[in-house]
Design a protein around this ligand. Structure first.
Ligand SMILES: CC(C)(COP(=O)(O)OP(=O)(O)OC[C@H]1O[C@@H](n2cnc3c(N)ncnc32)[C@H](O)[C@@H]1OP(=O)(O)O)[C@@H](O)C(=O)NCCC(=O)NCCS
Length: 166
């Protein structure tokens, strides 16, 4: 069932189960060079549709993964996912560039936190992904550590921040 929260700008952010047709939209979002640079820890070849479909097939059929489509006024604008990584529960999200900067990611993550109830819950962001760090912090996550990791989108190892919600 979808949940809907109107914000002050008159937009309505909803989360619902991911439908197969959403994947075309998510794939298009992932072709954006600026978004790939920000996210940094991306698939090795983001243009590989077969690998993308196989990845989403695993997400959608794994009962330990919670994933939702983000709707803004009924339009598919992104996704938010909770999954297990290195024994920790983590959250990640991706939004269409056209929807950036208007509070959509923050509103979507807030809603998702009542569906994904595992705590502590972690978020990992490239150290220079200020927007993603802010989304996490605005939802109550605090920085608990640093790491280094290979970022496919930049073809090098970069600094990463680890944030936690208790
Ligand atoms: C990261 C992302 C989800 C942010 O989405 P968004 O809808 O723009 O986020 P919000 O509008 O909720 O903004 C959250 C905060 O970030 C700030 N912000 C947004 N873009 C910013 C930027 N480029 N630089 C600095 N701050 C920025 C906003 O001002 C806001 O903070 P404030 O309320 O203190 O002003 C979106 O840019 C995205 O999908 N990027 C590509 C994929 C990605 O990086 N995913 C995260 C992987 S860890």
């Amino acid at each position: 069932m979808a949940s809907s929260v109107p914000d002050m700008g008159g937009t309505s952010i909803e989360l619902r189960e991911v439908r197969k047709a959403d994947l075309d939209v998510f794939f298009a979002h992932m072709q954006d060079a600026e978004a790939l640079w920000m996210a940094a820890f991306t698939p090795p070849d983001p243009t590989d549709r077969e690998a993308f479909d196989a990845h989403w097939d695993r997400l959608l059929h794994n009962p330990d993964i919670t994933t939702r489509t983000i709707l803004n006024n009924g339009e598919v604008v992104g996704s938010v996912t909770g999954f297990e990584m290195f024994g920790d529960r983590e959250v990640t999200y991706w939004l269409d560039r056209a929807a950036w900067g208007s509070g959509v990611a923050t509103a979507a993550l807030r809603q998702f936190l009542s569906i994904e109830e595992t705590r502590p819950l972690f978020g990992r962001v490239a150290a220079d992904n200020v927007a993603s760090r802010r989304v996490l912090e605005k939802c109550g996550f605090v920085k608990v550590g640093d790491d280094r990791g290979f970022a496919s989108a930049r073809d090098e190892e970069i600094d990463e921040l680890i944030l936690r919600l208790d």
